[in-house]
Design a protein around this ligand. Sequence first.
Ligand code: ASP
Length: 449
Amino acid sequence: MDYSKEILGELKKKGIKISDYVIIEKNEQKISGMLMPKSQGSPNSLIVKLENGYNTGIDFDKNTKIKKSKGNDEKKPKPVKTEKYKPDPSKPTITILSTGGTIASRIDYSTGGVTGLETAEEIISAIPELKDIANLKLRQVFQMMSEDMEPYHWMTLAKKIDDEISTGVDGIIITHGTDTMHCTSAALSLMVQNSPVPILIVGSQRSSDRGSSDAAMNLLCAAQFIAKSDFGGVAVCMHGSTEDKFCFIHQGTQVRKMHTSRRDAFKSIDVLPYAKVEPDGTVEFLRSDYTKKDKKRKPHIVDRFDRNIALIKSHTCFNYKVLEFYEQQGMRGIVLEGTGLGHLPIRDMDDYTKHHKLLYDTLARLVKKGILIGMASQCPYGKVNLNVYTNLRLLKDIGILELRMTPDTALIKMGWALGHTKNSEDAKKILLTNVAGEILDHVDIQAYE
Ligand code: ASP
């Protein structure tokens, strides 16, 4: 996409190019920043990157004055220069499977286009320290934001991982958008069993053209962890604090995005992270219950999924009709996010709660019909326990399953279990069998501190 003819004419007249610093004045308003390429929105509005890293748009009309300014060239990100590099046989080889997201997007200031880092050379040029750690291979699998990912994408990734492992690589880094990174890590933990090498999912909260980007440090920590530790298996590697000091390696099935914008948004839930890793390669393990790498081991790929599943949150106006809707849609599995230890409003207490009993009866009917219904908690920390209160036992009595997992992991396990078989009793057994440490018998309270 490009700017309108009017804007292009004005820029040409003033000798202004994309990525030049400009001052724009319009009706008493004055803004300055870097002129950005047009990638979306109306062609007749100018896009400027402000000092704080955010972009803003100004509609262009006859009252809009634009002129070139000196700006702060120091702060201007340098274009990515690529240089050839030769693999070093004494170093481990890491494949980067790129899927898109913020970590893969940057503005190429030489051309003005939005690009990803597409080759190993480009990555090495942007983060030259990587070549001291490992030889890199880059495979672009998708170019998408993670909110658009579907089970299909997890299954495709599982196959790509299998292909890469068969080439003998020492580890795999998956670059990924952060919004659903913890879902992909849970899905891959189930789909890629017995991995002989580490598979680390890495994202960034801020894109690499911003001064505060976390992309480089997250990638460096992941590469160091692969090179320096004996870990094998699926994990997430992201900033451990708001400073650029260390990353945490989180268990793939017990991690969650807990903040919309902070760089330390990812937290291990109810377990400690496996390890702390610094960009200089210092690794400190916080747990010892991890699978060690063993390149002789063969991975077992279980890329199955039935997407006829739903995640439903209970709330103060919750109504049984929501369940009937999902029944009509042909859902085979439902994960309920109950309050606290796994409660739902199932008791008639007064005139206002008369429909509560109907919720209980509907649940009982759906379970009898063969729909798998499980309970997880909407409390971010702590797991459900359907034995504690009478109300909870009432749910257990009608066959509601206790899912001691995070709600996202519970949903993915449900779809994965149902993907194995049309028989819901068999799927139930798979759902309740621990495969990748997703079912937590013991909650580590230190994880909450
Ligand atoms: N919404 C984006 C995504 O998850 C955010 C990011 O890339 O971090 O893909």
